[in-house]
Ligand binder design. Structure first.
Ligand SMILES: Nc1ncnc2c1ncn2[C@@H]1O[C@H](COP(=O)(O)OP(=O)(O)O)[C@@H](O)[C@H]1O
Ligand SMILES: [Mg+2]
Length: 245
């Protein structure tokens, strides 16, 4: 049985989509069969980040009852990585029922080693349904206090809901002179720090090219950090994490 991991955070723009794309490709490079799912129904951009912009059928069609899930799964050019894209037009967003997300995504674990779910920020209904589609969660925060406390709130709620909180990623570290340092962030979050991803212009450049940085520039600091995240995730057995945290 594969592992279902939600990528979540308290705020938008912290790097959830970037992490979903890079973690998926990194795990694929390590020989794992991976499905990346765009579950950010209103602000979808995972497929753009992964360089796919011509999908006919999306998660929205499935959630509207207009398509089968199998028809929304696409092979990507990245080794071992499939993708379920999302639509970007409002008409599709309006018709899709987010409450169907967990029931739609969870059965896919039978076909993959990992299902990585790109979620909306916060604790609203759309975000909750996306996050509860996973059994485990990785929180993404930036090194500033309001972002850390908002993300911590999400972690507390998800833990109460029964998810295994694997830990957090401190992303975009080094962007400003007054960034919260990693050890202080870990003290506030009271969760394991999985990896520090530095602010790296290559990450942004890769996003613009539609080729995530682990593929675009594997020697960059950003790419190395996302590869390390994949190693950390492989080290943690799902059940053990559930007992520990
Ligand atoms: N470590 C990083 N260094 C530089 N830019 C980054 C980094 N992580 C993310 N970004 C950029 O930040 C922006 C927001 O990231 P994104 O993953 O879309 O956030 P979210 O999905 O949480 O809203 C993107 O333009 C992305 O390229
Ligand atoms: Mg996003």
């Amino acid at each position: 049985m594969g592992r279902l991991i939600s990528i979540a955070s308290g705020k938008g723009g912290t790097g959830k989509t970037t992490t979903t794309a890079n973690l998926s490709i990194a795990l694929g490079k390590m020989g794992k069969k991976v499905l990346a799912v765009d579950a950010d129904l209103t602000m979808a951009n995972l497929s753009l980040v992964m360089g796919i912009d011509d999908a006919e059928t999306t998660i929205h069609d499935v959630l509207a009852g207009d398509a089968d899930i199998e028809g929304s799964i696409y092979h990507t050019s990245y080794e071992n990585v499939d993708l379920i894209p999302a639509a970007i037009d409002w008409e599709h967003v309006r018709k899709a029922d987010p409450r169907k997300l967990p029931g739609t995504i969870k059965p896919l674990r039978g076909d993959y080693d990992f299902v990585i779910i790109d979620c909306p920020a916060g604790l609203q209904m759309d975000a909750m349904n996306a996050m509860l589609s996973g059994d485990e969660v990785i929180l993404i925060t930036n090194p500033e206090i309001s972002c850390i406390t908002d993300t911590m709130k999400v972690g507390i709620v998800l833990k109460k809901a029964g998810l295994a909180v694997l830990g957090f990623v401190l992303n975009r570290y080094g962007r400003t002179d007054n960034d919260i340092p990693p050890d202080a962030a870990e003290d506030v979050m009271e969760l394991p720090l999985l990896v520090v991803v530095p602010e790296d212009p290559k990450v942004r450049e890769a996003t613009l090219e539609g080729v995530p940085v682990v593929e675009y520039d594997p020697d960059s600091e950003g790419a190395k950090a996302f590869m390390k995240l994949a190693e950390e995730v492989l080290k943690i057995a799902g059940l053990k994490a559930r007992v520990m945290y």
